[in-house]
Design a protein around this ligand. Structure first.
Ligand SMILES: Nc1ncnc2c1ncn2[C@@H]1O[C@H](COP(=O)(O)OP(=O)(O)OP(=O)(O)O)[C@@H](O)[C@H]1O
Length: 279
Protein backbone atom coordinates (compact mmCIF):
# COMPACT_ATOMS: atom_id res chain seq x y z
CA UNK A 1 0.00 0.00 0.00
CA UNK A 2 2.66 2.50 0.99
CA UNK A 3 4.78 1.63 -2.03
CA UNK A 4 1.71 1.90 -4.28
CA UNK A 5 0.82 5.37 -3.07
CA UNK A 6 4.46 6.43 -3.32
CA UNK A 7 4.45 5.23 -6.91
CA UNK A 8 1.30 7.23 -7.67
CA UNK A 9 2.95 10.21 -6.04
CA UNK A 10 6.02 9.78 -8.24
CA UNK A 11 4.21 9.61 -11.54
CA UNK A 12 2.31 12.79 -10.76
CA UNK A 13 5.40 14.92 -10.12
CA UNK A 14 5.83 18.27 -11.77
CA UNK A 15 9.58 18.08 -11.73
CA UNK A 16 12.32 15.63 -12.52
CA UNK A 17 13.31 13.33 -9.68
CA UNK A 18 16.95 12.37 -9.72
CA UNK A 19 16.14 8.67 -9.65
CA UNK A 20 14.13 9.03 -12.84
CA UNK A 21 17.28 10.03 -14.61
CA UNK A 22 19.79 7.39 -15.63
CA UNK A 23 23.19 7.90 -14.03
CA UNK A 24 25.95 8.55 -16.49
CA UNK A 25 29.41 10.01 -16.37
CA UNK A 26 29.32 13.37 -18.06
CA UNK A 27 32.09 15.07 -19.96
CA UNK A 28 32.26 17.87 -17.41
CA UNK A 29 35.41 19.95 -17.66
CA UNK A 30 36.26 22.37 -14.84
CA UNK A 31 39.91 23.02 -15.70
CA UNK A 32 39.33 26.73 -15.21
CA UNK A 33 37.79 26.03 -11.78
CA UNK A 34 34.44 27.50 -12.87
CA UNK A 35 31.52 25.13 -12.73
CA UNK A 36 28.71 27.35 -13.95
CA UNK A 37 28.82 30.19 -16.45
CA UNK A 38 25.74 32.32 -17.08
CA UNK A 39 26.53 35.10 -19.55
CA UNK A 40 24.32 37.92 -20.85
CA UNK A 41 21.18 35.96 -20.07
CA UNK A 42 17.86 37.70 -20.66
CA UNK A 43 14.32 36.43 -20.57
CA UNK A 44 11.03 38.27 -20.83
CA UNK A 45 7.54 37.20 -19.89
CA UNK A 46 4.86 39.13 -21.78
CA UNK A 47 7.31 41.95 -22.44
CA UNK A 48 8.52 42.10 -18.81
CA UNK A 49 12.25 41.43 -18.43
CA UNK A 50 12.48 38.97 -15.55
CA UNK A 51 16.20 38.38 -16.26
CA UNK A 52 18.16 41.21 -17.79
CA UNK A 53 21.70 40.62 -19.06
CA UNK A 54 22.56 38.43 -16.12
CA UNK A 55 26.17 37.33 -15.64
CA UNK A 56 26.95 34.82 -12.93
CA UNK A 57 29.94 32.52 -12.38
CA UNK A 58 30.05 29.78 -9.76
CA UNK A 59 33.39 28.21 -8.88
CA UNK A 60 33.87 24.50 -8.53
CA UNK A 61 33.18 23.56 -4.90
CA UNK A 62 31.89 27.00 -4.00
CA UNK A 63 28.98 27.73 -1.67
CA UNK A 64 27.22 30.83 -3.03
CA UNK A 65 24.28 32.65 -1.50
CA UNK A 66 21.90 34.52 -3.78
CA UNK A 67 19.67 37.14 -2.24
CA UNK A 68 17.34 39.74 -3.69
CA UNK A 69 13.89 41.24 -3.20
CA UNK A 70 10.72 39.52 -4.37
CA UNK A 71 10.58 39.38 -8.14
CA UNK A 72 14.36 39.90 -8.54
CA UNK A 73 14.55 36.86 -10.82
CA UNK A 74 16.06 34.26 -8.47
CA UNK A 75 13.60 31.48 -9.30
CA UNK A 76 13.72 32.30 -13.00
CA UNK A 77 17.51 32.04 -12.87
CA UNK A 78 17.26 28.57 -11.29
CA UNK A 79 14.67 27.63 -13.93
CA UNK A 80 17.11 28.58 -16.66
CA UNK A 81 19.97 26.60 -15.13
CA UNK A 82 17.80 23.49 -14.82
CA UNK A 83 16.27 23.75 -18.28
CA UNK A 84 12.77 24.60 -17.15
CA UNK A 85 12.89 27.99 -18.87
CA UNK A 86 14.72 28.84 -22.07
CA UNK A 87 16.24 32.33 -22.09
CA UNK A 88 15.65 34.70 -25.02
CA UNK A 89 19.39 35.35 -25.26
CA UNK A 90 22.70 34.61 -23.57
CA UNK A 91 24.69 31.48 -22.79
CA UNK A 92 24.68 28.95 -19.96
CA UNK A 93 27.54 26.47 -19.63
CA UNK A 94 28.21 23.76 -17.08
CA UNK A 95 31.96 23.68 -16.97
CA UNK A 96 33.58 24.41 -20.30
CA UNK A 97 32.04 21.71 -22.41
CA UNK A 98 28.38 21.31 -21.48
CA UNK A 99 25.98 23.74 -23.09
CA UNK A 100 22.94 23.77 -20.83
CA UNK A 101 20.80 25.60 -23.37
CA UNK A 102 20.94 22.61 -25.70
CA UNK A 103 19.66 20.22 -23.06
CA UNK A 104 16.28 19.38 -21.55
CA UNK A 105 15.55 19.02 -17.83
CA UNK A 106 16.34 15.30 -17.51
CA UNK A 107 19.62 15.68 -19.42
CA UNK A 108 20.66 18.57 -17.16
CA UNK A 109 19.85 16.57 -14.03
CA UNK A 110 21.81 13.68 -15.49
CA UNK A 111 24.81 15.93 -16.16
CA UNK A 112 25.01 16.62 -12.41
CA UNK A 113 22.75 19.53 -11.49
CA UNK A 114 20.35 18.79 -8.63
CA UNK A 115 17.61 21.14 -7.49
CA UNK A 116 15.89 21.32 -4.16
CA UNK A 117 12.60 23.18 -4.25
CA UNK A 118 11.36 25.18 -1.30
CA UNK A 119 8.73 22.68 -0.15
CA UNK A 120 9.99 19.27 0.90
CA UNK A 121 8.75 16.57 -1.45
CA UNK A 122 9.80 13.39 0.28
CA UNK A 123 7.66 10.28 0.08
CA UNK A 124 5.79 10.54 3.37
CA UNK A 125 4.74 6.92 3.72
CA UNK A 126 8.14 5.47 3.00
CA UNK A 127 10.87 5.36 5.62
CA UNK A 128 13.89 7.62 5.61
CA UNK A 129 15.97 4.68 4.40
CA UNK A 130 13.53 3.82 1.59
CA UNK A 131 13.43 7.43 0.45
CA UNK A 132 17.21 7.42 0.15
CA UNK A 133 17.19 4.03 -1.55
CA UNK A 134 14.73 5.31 -4.12
CA UNK A 135 16.83 8.37 -4.77
CA UNK A 136 19.82 6.16 -5.46
CA UNK A 137 18.06 4.15 -8.12
CA UNK A 138 19.28 4.56 -11.64
CA UNK A 139 16.17 3.66 -13.56
CA UNK A 140 12.43 3.80 -13.24
CA UNK A 141 11.90 0.39 -11.72
CA UNK A 142 10.63 1.76 -8.44
CA UNK A 143 9.02 -1.52 -7.40
CA UNK A 144 12.21 -3.48 -7.96
CA UNK A 145 14.37 -0.94 -6.19
CA UNK A 146 12.55 -1.19 -2.89
CA UNK A 147 12.77 -4.97 -2.94
CA UNK A 148 16.34 -5.25 -4.16
CA UNK A 149 19.37 -5.73 -1.92
CA UNK A 150 21.92 -2.95 -1.90
CA UNK A 151 25.51 -3.80 -2.61
CA UNK A 152 28.06 -2.80 0.02
CA UNK A 153 29.14 0.35 -1.77
CA UNK A 154 25.52 1.47 -1.98
CA UNK A 155 24.76 0.74 1.65
CA UNK A 156 27.97 2.54 2.73
CA UNK A 157 26.91 5.56 0.76
CA UNK A 158 23.46 5.42 2.26
CA UNK A 159 24.84 5.17 5.81
CA UNK A 160 27.21 8.03 5.15
CA UNK A 161 24.41 10.20 3.80
CA UNK A 162 22.06 9.40 6.65
CA UNK A 163 24.78 10.47 9.12
CA UNK A 164 25.56 13.62 7.14
CA UNK A 165 21.93 14.75 7.17
CA UNK A 166 21.60 13.93 10.89
CA UNK A 167 18.90 11.26 10.52
CA UNK A 168 20.76 8.19 11.76
CA UNK A 169 18.26 7.71 14.57
CA UNK A 170 15.33 8.00 12.17
CA UNK A 171 16.18 5.59 9.38
CA UNK A 172 13.19 3.33 10.00
CA UNK A 173 10.71 6.15 10.54
CA UNK A 174 8.15 7.05 7.87
CA UNK A 175 9.24 10.37 6.40
CA UNK A 176 5.80 11.79 7.14
CA UNK A 177 6.64 11.70 10.85
CA UNK A 178 9.80 13.77 10.54
CA UNK A 179 9.81 17.44 11.53
CA UNK A 180 9.74 20.00 8.74
CA UNK A 181 13.49 20.58 9.09
CA UNK A 182 14.24 16.86 9.03
CA UNK A 183 12.20 16.49 5.83
CA UNK A 184 14.27 19.22 4.22
CA UNK A 185 17.49 17.43 5.22
CA UNK A 186 16.12 14.14 3.92
CA UNK A 187 15.41 15.74 0.58
CA UNK A 188 18.92 17.16 0.47
CA UNK A 189 20.14 13.63 1.24
CA UNK A 190 18.03 12.29 -1.62
CA UNK A 191 19.68 14.73 -3.99
CA UNK A 192 23.11 13.74 -2.71
CA UNK A 193 22.47 10.10 -3.54
CA UNK A 194 22.84 11.07 -7.20
CA UNK A 195 26.23 12.69 -6.52
CA UNK A 196 25.38 16.02 -8.14
CA UNK A 197 28.22 18.39 -8.87
CA UNK A 198 25.99 21.44 -8.47
CA UNK A 199 23.16 21.70 -5.96
CA UNK A 200 20.59 24.46 -6.27
CA UNK A 201 18.74 25.02 -3.02
CA UNK A 202 15.70 27.26 -2.86
CA UNK A 203 14.87 28.85 0.51
CA UNK A 204 15.84 25.85 2.61
CA UNK A 205 15.09 27.35 6.03
CA UNK A 206 11.61 28.80 5.47
CA UNK A 207 9.51 27.52 8.38
CA UNK A 208 12.44 26.08 10.35
CA UNK A 209 13.25 26.58 14.02
CA UNK A 210 16.50 28.40 14.89
CA UNK A 211 18.09 25.14 15.87
CA UNK A 212 17.12 23.58 12.55
CA UNK A 213 18.50 26.61 10.73
CA UNK A 214 21.86 26.22 12.47
CA UNK A 215 21.95 22.55 11.56
CA UNK A 216 21.03 23.35 7.93
CA UNK A 217 23.78 25.92 7.75
CA UNK A 218 26.31 23.33 9.01
CA UNK A 219 25.02 20.77 6.53
CA UNK A 220 25.25 23.06 3.48
CA UNK A 221 28.70 24.27 4.51
CA UNK A 222 29.83 20.67 4.87
CA UNK A 223 28.71 19.96 1.29
CA UNK A 224 30.83 22.72 -0.23
CA UNK A 225 34.11 21.50 -1.65
CA UNK A 226 32.73 18.17 -2.82
CA UNK A 227 29.81 19.95 -4.49
CA UNK A 228 29.10 23.50 -5.56
CA UNK A 229 26.05 24.76 -3.72
CA UNK A 230 23.89 27.73 -4.73
CA UNK A 231 21.45 28.79 -2.05
CA UNK A 232 18.64 31.26 -2.67
CA UNK A 233 17.42 32.60 0.63
CA UNK A 234 15.50 35.52 2.14
CA UNK A 235 16.49 34.99 5.77
CA UNK A 236 19.43 37.35 6.34
CA UNK A 237 20.60 35.74 9.59
CA UNK A 238 20.82 32.45 7.78
CA UNK A 239 22.66 33.97 4.83
CA UNK A 240 25.11 35.59 7.27
CA UNK A 241 25.77 32.25 8.93
CA UNK A 242 26.28 30.53 5.58
CA UNK A 243 28.44 33.21 4.02
CA UNK A 244 30.62 33.97 7.05
CA UNK A 245 33.38 36.42 6.25
CA UNK A 246 34.83 34.65 3.24
CA UNK A 247 32.10 33.43 0.92
CA UNK A 248 30.56 35.41 -1.91
CA UNK A 249 27.01 36.68 -1.77
CA UNK A 250 25.26 37.79 -4.95
CA UNK A 251 22.44 40.32 -4.80
CA UNK A 252 19.98 40.15 -7.68
CA UNK A 253 17.71 43.05 -8.54
CA UNK A 254 15.47 43.43 -11.57
CA UNK A 255 17.02 40.40 -13.19
CA UNK A 256 20.67 41.49 -12.93
CA UNK A 257 23.49 41.35 -10.44
CA UNK A 258 23.25 44.47 -8.31
CA UNK A 259 26.17 43.69 -6.02
CA UNK A 260 28.52 40.81 -5.30
CA UNK A 261 31.14 40.12 -2.66
CA UNK A 262 31.41 39.25 1.01
CA UNK A 263 28.31 39.66 3.17
CA UNK A 264 29.93 42.71 4.80
CA UNK A 265 30.59 44.25 1.41
CA UNK A 266 27.11 43.76 -0.03
CA UNK A 267 25.40 44.77 3.20
CA UNK A 268 27.23 48.07 3.16
CA UNK A 269 26.73 48.69 -0.54
CA UNK A 270 24.45 51.76 -0.75
CA UNK A 271 22.69 50.30 -3.83
CA UNK A 272 21.79 47.20 -1.85
CA UNK A 273 20.69 49.16 1.19
CA UNK A 274 18.44 51.24 -1.03
CA UNK A 275 16.69 48.44 -2.90
CA UNK A 276 16.70 45.66 -0.40
CA UNK A 277 18.27 45.59 3.01
CA UNK A 278 17.04 49.08 3.77
CA UNK A 279 13.43 48.16 3.11
N1 LIG B 1 6.18 32.15 -16.15
C1 LIG B 1 6.08 33.46 -15.90
N2 LIG B 1 5.20 34.23 -16.55
C2 LIG B 1 5.11 35.55 -16.31
N3 LIG B 1 5.87 36.21 -15.42
C3 LIG B 1 6.76 35.49 -14.73
C4 LIG B 1 6.92 34.08 -14.92
N4 LIG B 1 7.91 33.65 -14.09
C5 LIG B 1 8.33 34.74 -13.41
N5 LIG B 1 7.66 35.84 -13.78
C6 LIG B 1 7.89 37.20 -13.29
O1 LIG B 1 9.27 37.44 -13.38
C7 LIG B 1 9.72 38.18 -12.24
C8 LIG B 1 10.82 37.41 -11.55
O2 LIG B 1 10.21 36.34 -10.84
P1 LIG B 1 11.02 35.29 -9.96
O3 LIG B 1 10.01 34.33 -9.42
O4 LIG B 1 12.15 34.75 -10.74
O5 LIG B 1 11.58 36.21 -8.80
P2 LIG B 1 12.20 35.77 -7.39
O6 LIG B 1 13.41 36.61 -7.20
O7 LIG B 1 12.37 34.30 -7.35
O8 LIG B 1 11.07 36.23 -6.38
P3 LIG B 1 10.64 35.60 -4.96
O9 LIG B 1 11.74 35.99 -4.03
O10 LIG B 1 9.37 36.30 -4.67
O11 LIG B 1 10.50 34.12 -5.13
C9 LIG B 1 8.49 38.43 -11.38
O12 LIG B 1 8.01 39.73 -11.65
C10 LIG B 1 7.53 37.36 -11.83
O13 LIG B 1 6.20 37.79 -11.67
Amino acid sequence: MSVKSAFEHIVNRDHVYPFMVPKQASNLNVDKNILLYLEDISVSFDGFKAINNLNLYINDGELRCIIGPNGAGKTTMMDIITGKTQPDSGTAWFGQTINLLEMDEPAIAQAGIGRKFQKPTVFEELTVWQNLELAMADDRKVWTILNAKLNSEQSDMLMETVALIGLKENVGMPAGRLSHGQKQWLEIGMLLMQKPRLLLVDEPVAGMTHQEMDRTSELLISLAGRHSVVVVEHDMDFVRSLAGKERTVTVLHQGSVLSEGSMDKVQNDPKVVEVYLGE
